[in-house]
Design a protein around this ligand. Sequence first.
Ligand code: GUN
Length: 308
Amino acid sequence: MTAKLINGRRLAEKLRGELRIRVRSIAKRRGRAPGLAVILVGEDAASAVYVRNKIRACEAVGIESTCIRFPSRVSNEELLQTIARLNADDAIDGILVQLPLPGHIDLPLVLETISIEKDVDGFHLYNVGGLVVGNTIFSPCTPYGVVKLLESENIAIAGQNVVVVGASNIVGKPMALMLMSRGATVSICHALTRDLAQFTILADILVVAAGVPNLILAPMVKAGAVVIDVGINRLPDGSIAGDVDFHGVSQRASHITPVPGGVGPMTVTMLLENTIASAERSSAQAFRDNGRIQPAPGLLEASGVNNA
Ligand code: GUN
């Protein structure tokens, strides 16, 4: 079998065309485009590249973006004050703090200081908890992008055996919750899992986000499985590789994502989607606040209790 390539770049381009139209409509209605603030701390080269890609993607669809840079010695107070200022700024619809942060920074406090209505990364505890009970405001961008890729190929999720390799807060755990809420039977494997292959071989859909190049080899994959490679690893020769042995596994799988050009472009696209959704939600809220519609009890009202 030779797997069908799931082309994330092409889907991302199509979705961004639709997002451009939504941005124009928001800008016309409220007199300004959606706004995203990105906070980048320190000099991590990979983070700088990710942030540059996010800013460029914003420009390409018409989102106003601003990048606030801090040296790695920045204090917790300065970071928290900046977030508080952005929370109160009506021109900002989304706030993203690029991870990882230096060790002296209180990461949970930083994430929980971001207003849940501007938490376009979906990392605030409220949004994480929302994934568990099914009413999250923003889904984390990478798992959200994976769901969109599966949907675009009409790949059924309900009733399928899904194995997620990697249990990070950013990808593995939210991925498992999102697929479980869509009816999949989900196993999560991680660095301490013994005999990884005994799990992966059962997967109808295998999502790999371990950060280990060539972790998944062809004999570990069921014939006809759908394989989603979230890994982005820089090899010693400077090239980029995923977590999956693409050439071997594409002989066994029915569908496979390439690296680069698979999940990566979708992560950024879902950030744009969340930022636009936030702007649309705040316009709807402003409309209700003007008294034209009676506010119904809902997410925004419920969410206002613990965040300024
Ligand atoms: N670092 C690696 N992936 C991500 C992401 O999706 N969001 C943020 N904020 N930082 C990251």
